[in-house]
Ligand binder design. Structure first.
Ligand code: FE2
Length: 355
């Protein structure tokens, strides 16, 4: 059976990726398998990587970065710290300035990240950004001491937003800094640590609240992106349970009973996620999902599935474009995580299309 991420990827970007990104579907599949493996699931690093990507894309849009560079920026920002596995924690988490020796060891993480990624064809461009994300505008960064425009634009973007997110996030050794104070730190690095023009643009983005600053999780939706989730289930208690589990201020939830209602909602506006029960009042959940593909080809499709029905329902997976089954009874926290993760990936794919 095909791996979930791969299925989702085909569903989400299939067919159009070569034209949009210059990457083949096979290349994207390989890269996402790697990204999923490298990104830790519930750690500080994972949330940081996702937020850095989000800020980087917002800044890239403001700069007018060519569309074909977006996937490379996505990969580079998600994986910028992938070399940290090789640096010891007492250096990574040291509160004060690093000694020259520690600096050299620290510098290894960007080189190591470059080494890990450069051999993967589609990551070759991103591997350069990973190597350069600690270079400084004034030439005093590492590992190569490059300066100004010797440093790739994408590396300069990642460098600013990386520092900003680190400042505004809790760390084991210090509290998060308020946004205004972090903006002050970024401003003070203008022309020394950071590209002056990019610094101005990023500060403008923050002032205009064009990026949302959140800490402590992978909830990286931009203010104008409130994902819309449609849930359909005929059974009353199940429907109420789903409403309880999935209600969240970060998304817009519509709960209905019939396939007809689902299709009406899909026709009315964009929907990011569709979750159906096995039986709706007028059709089966699978039939509803098959029809939904026409109205919402890029939505994430989930289906509720009683434990003893998995074997039967899996056969419908391909046709209905089902990303994941949610086993009934569900585990509340795992269910929420699944939904959140699916929406995050949905966002990443949208971002890669320059959305
Ligand atoms: Fe780093």
């Amino acid at each position: 059976m095909e791996e979930d991420g791969v299925r989702f990827l085909k569903e989400s970007v299939g067919g159009t990726c070569r034209a949009d990104h210059g990457l083949t579907l096979e290349e994207l599949e390989a890269v996402f398998a790697l990204v999923r493996a490298i990104l830790p699931r519930d750690s500080v690093t994972r949330g940081h990587s996702l937020r850095v990507m989000d800020y980087a894309l917002a800044l890239a849009r403001r700069v007018g970065l060519p569309r074909k560079m977006f996937p490379h920026l996505v990969f580079g920002s998600l994986l910028h710290d992938c070399g940290k596995g090789g640096v010891s924690d007492h250096i990574l988490q040291k509160p004060g300035a690093l000694t020259p020796d520690q600096m050299r060891l620290m510098g290894l993480h960007s080189e190591r990240g470059h080494t890990i990624t450069r051999c993967v064809g589609p990551l070759e461009v991103a591997s350069l950004f990973i190597r350069q994300h600690h270079e400084r505008w004034d030439g005093l960064g590492y590992p190569d001491g490059l300066s100004e425009e010797e440093i790739h634009l994408c590396s300069r973007i990642i460098s600013i937003v990386d520092v900003f997110d680190a400042l505004t996030s809790h760390r084991p050794y210090r509290k998060r800094m308020p946004v205004q104070a972090a903006m002050g730190v970024i401003r003070s690095g203008r022309g020394s640590r950071f590209d002056p023009d990019l610094t101005d643009l990023f500060l403008t983005l923050l002032r205009e609240k064009m990026v949302s600053v959140r800490e402590g999780g992978a909830r990286l939706f931009r203010p104008w992106f409130t994902p819309s989730i449609v849930v359909a289930e005929a059974d009353g208690p199940l429907r109420r349970g789903l409403t309880r589990t999935l209600s969240s201020p970060a998304s817009q939830l519509s709960v209905v009973r019939s396939g007809e209602e689902v299709l009406t909602l899909l026709a009315a506006g964009p929907v990011e996620m569709i979750l159906v029960g096995e039986t709706l009042t007028d059709m089966s959940g699978a039939e509803c999902l098959v029809m939904s593909r026409e109205f919402a080809p890029h939505a994430v499709r989930l289906m509720l599935c009683p434990f003893n029905r998995l074997e039967a329902l899996v056969a419908q997976r391909e046709q209905a474009g089902i990303y994941r089954f949610v086993l009934v009874p569900w585990h509340e926290r795992e269910f929420k995580e699944l939904v959140e993760e699916a929406l995050v990936w949905r966002q990443i794919y949208a971002a890669m299309r320059g959305g």
